[in-house]
Design a protein around this ligand. Structure first.
Ligand SMILES: Cc1cc2nc3c(=O)[nH]c(=O)nc-3n(C[C@H](O)[C@H](O)[C@H](O)COP(=O)(O)OP(=O)(O)OC[C@H]3O[C@@H](n4cnc5c(N)ncnc54)[C@H](O)[C@@H]3O)c2cc1C
Length: 402
């Protein structure tokens, strides 16, 4: 008899697992999905005529070694820039940074000439492994960067106010790193671990018509009835006494028990951490539970805001906000009052029409979790106040401090 395979979760992991199995000739494959949609953390929306990626946005390292890139390319979901051999061979660490507009908390526009030296110092540390013999004398990536940056900035032959501003700008970049790493603070990230992450070749690219297009293409090649939606799984009984030795019973929240010969569980780490003691019966072996326990994850959120007209330059790709009263890696003492300070950056969303002006604000850590509890109206009020504060006295004036 053909093996019966149940896949738990219909995100891209579950979908691609089903895809492989069906292509390899397995016909008894079934996906159980808790929600009413497929795609999980890949979800595309829109604001006006601008596409908004509510979940994943980028293919990181779009080159031949990246299976996601190969799938997107084969389905013709990428634009021609992403497909060029030059783009696929590009090293992200050597590529010039995005075109940025910088604003300060006193409402000034900061020139690129003023800020670029600070940025260069920061990314030099991010991209280059510390030159240390033996064990690193730093507890975390945050500690390492702060200590190095303070030392390097102090050595510069510049006036004190510029040096102070550089440290504030680097503090903004540390907050951006928190978003990139979904961490509350860069002090939480192990220094050694940080540098073991290797970027694949290729400059990050996006899906011009939305990441969810990939889900639709993959789903279209699966049997129409392969997914059962609104079917959360409560427990996987494996090797249990109720069934023949190798049969697994997948128990759903509605009480149905589905027999399978194999189960592929594609649940998010957060779900496994929370439900590990009840989701598997008997519990998973200790080394697997240890991995679930030791792996970390964090929160980062995107906030999309739409404007009637742009207040950033026509070629601007990213907007940084620099708080001039913060020290490096400063922890917020009162998250309720100051959560908005943790939003260091807006990325400019490529418009499909000239009349749509959308920014995506990024926020990570405990402040992001707190923001999730607020009504949308309050978030909108805080974002509006933030932008007004940072742009108040600079509408048509660029501050040249050099
Ligand atoms: C805001 C954000 C931005 C991101 N940006 C990027 C990016 O730019 N590039 C990138 O490569 N990655 C990015 N990621 C990560 C990427 O989205 C995920 O790694 C990927 O989508 C995970 O896919 P998955 O199938 O493993 O898990 P998921 O997509 O989480 O799928 C798991 C599925 O299981 C279902 N499920 C949960 N519990 C149960 C249950 N009890 N029973 C049955 N089903 C259940 C869920 O509803 C879900 O559909 C981002 C993620 C987020 C949240």
């Amino acid at each position: 008899m053909e093996p019966r395979i149940v896949i738990v979760g219909c995100g891209i992991s579950g979908i691609t697992a089903a895809h492989r199995l069906i292509k390899a000739g397995f016909n008894h494959v079934r996906i159980l999905e808790a929600t009413s949609r497929s795609g999980g953390r890949i979800k595309t929306g829109s604001l006006g005529s601008t596409i908004t990626e509510i979940g994943a946005t980028y293919i990181h390292g779009p080159s031949e070694q990246n299976p996601l890139f190969c799938l997107a390319r084969d389905y013709e979901l990428l634009n021609s820039d992403a497909l060029t051999p030059e783009n696929q061979a590009a090293d992200v660490e050597e590529h010039p940074p995005w075109v940025a507009n910088w604003f300060s908390s006193s409402g000034q526009r900061l020139s690129a000439e003023l800020i670029n030296p600070a940025m260069e110092k920061f990314y030099d540390l991010v991209f280059n492994l510390p030159d240390v013999d033996g064990e690193y004398p730093y507890a975390s990536f945050g500690q390492y960067v702060c200590s190095k940056v303070r030392q390097q900035v102090a050595e510069q032959d510049r006036d004190e106010s510029t040096k102070k501003l550089w440290l504030c700008a680097i503090n903004t970049l540390l907050k951006v790193q928190c978003c990139d790493n979904a961490a509350h603070s860069m002090d939480e990230l192990d220094l050694d671990g940080f540098y073991t992450y290797k970027n694949l070749l290729g400059l990050d690219c996006t899906f011009p018509n939305g990441f969810e297009g990939l889900i639709k293409k993959l789903m279209a090649e699966l049997p129409a009835d392969i997914v059962t939606y609104n079917k959360p799984v409560r427990c996987v009984h494996w090797n249990n006494s109720e069934s023949p030795v190798n049969t697994v019973l997948v128990e759903c929240a509605d009480g149905e028990r589905i027999a399978a010969d194999h189960v592929i569980v594609t649940l998010p780490l957060g779900y496994l951490k929370k439900h590990q003691s009840t989701f598997f019966s008997p519990p998973l072996p200790v080394h697997k539970l240890d991995s679930i326990h030791k792996l970390g994850f964090g929160t980062y959120n995107k906030i999309f805001v739409e404007f009637e007209s742009p207040w950033w330059d026509a070629d601007c790709e990213i907007i940084y906000l620099v708080w001039e009263d913060e020290d490096l890696s400063e922890q917020m003492s009162n998250i309720r009052q100051s959560w908005i300070r943790k939003l260091p950056v807006f990325t400019v969303q490529p418009p499909s029409e000239r009349s749509s002006y959308v920014l995506c604000g990024w926020i990570a850590g405990e402040e992001a979790e707190y923001m999730e509890t607020l009504p949308e109206q309050e978030v909108r009020r805080c974002i509006t106040a933030l932008i007004q504060k940072f742009t108040v006295s600079c509408l048509h004036k660029t501050l040249e401090k050099n």
